[in-house]
Design a protein around this ligand. Sequence first.
Ligand SMILES: NC(=O)c1ccc[n+]([C@@H]2O[C@H](COP(=O)([O-])OP(=O)(O)OC[C@H]3O[C@@H](n4cnc5c(N)ncnc54)[C@H](OP(=O)(O)O)[C@@H]3O)[C@@H](O)[C@H]2O)c1
Length: 276
Amino acid sequence: MNKNAIKSALNQFSAVVITGGSSGIGESFFNAIHSLNDNALYCNFSRSKPKIIESKNGFIHFPCDFSITQELNSQCSKLINILTEKGGDEKILLINNSGFGTYGQFPEPNSESQMNMLAVNICAPVYLTARLMPLLIKRGGVILNVASTAAFQPLPYMSTYAASKAFLMHWSLALNEDLKDTGVSTLTLCPGPTKTNFFVRAGFIESPMSYYPGQSSEEVVNTALLALVKGKTLTVSGWINRLLVFFSSKLPKLIVTKMAAIGLRLARLEQFKKDQ
Ligand SMILES: NC(=O)c1ccc[n+]([C@@H]2O[C@H](COP(=O)([O-])OP(=O)(O)OC[C@H]3O[C@@H](n4cnc5c(N)ncnc54)[C@H](OP(=O)(O)O)[C@@H]3O)[C@@H](O)[C@H]2O)c1
């Protein structure tokens, strides 16, 4: 698949809406898409402002903490007004990427962070997608949902996070069928461990990714864009991750949960945690 094929697929979109473009995979999505399509209106939702990209049709940052419902509601309304007024009338690419996890015995670090995780990883993508749906159906588009390889199995010590990603993956796959013949489709992206701020945000003093193998955010985004061009519905990034999810989704849930717990205990990830 050459760069021109990706470029022409991306140039169908006159508006690109990304959540969590301020860091990691979201930032790499912005950079990769913008390098191939300078004509779209770019919109970002996150708490911190991402590096501004110069785009002919503009770049708008919507400061928003997804764990605060009123902020999400009002910023969604602003986005819809702007897309209606100046987002062109071609396809929309919506990338639901914002998300975070925590590591530790439930409910570490506290009950509030568990609730916030559900708000950011589940409620925000569902709400944002629902609000944008009339425009998406009118103009056509793709909804790219960033789930995880954690979506394929229960994950001890990251129980809420893995279950939130299982929700996102199943919702995204079912939505694709709901949307059949509407001109809108979904793509579910499942990265494995990736070198971003994710692990520091999850409560580690230092990312275990410095010691264990993993992909870069650019590699993950490259996989996603290739899948988008090919019109895929689900893509797991990296061949090791594809192999792991193949086996974890075939094995009985109880066995795979026990195996994950043993593996994580042996990896002794708690040595990297802030409270150690
Ligand atoms: N890194 C991995 O190993 C890995 C593996 C599989 C899946 N993923 C998924 O990939 C996605 C991107 O994560 P990443 O690895 O790029 O981590 P990251 O570098 O920590 O980026 C997370 C992004 O989510 C945004 N975010 C977090 N909390 C938010 C909130 N309350 N409201 C709005 N936005 C919020 C952050 O923006 P602000 O902080 O500016 O708000 C940031 O831009 C996540 O959904 C994650 O679950 C990551």
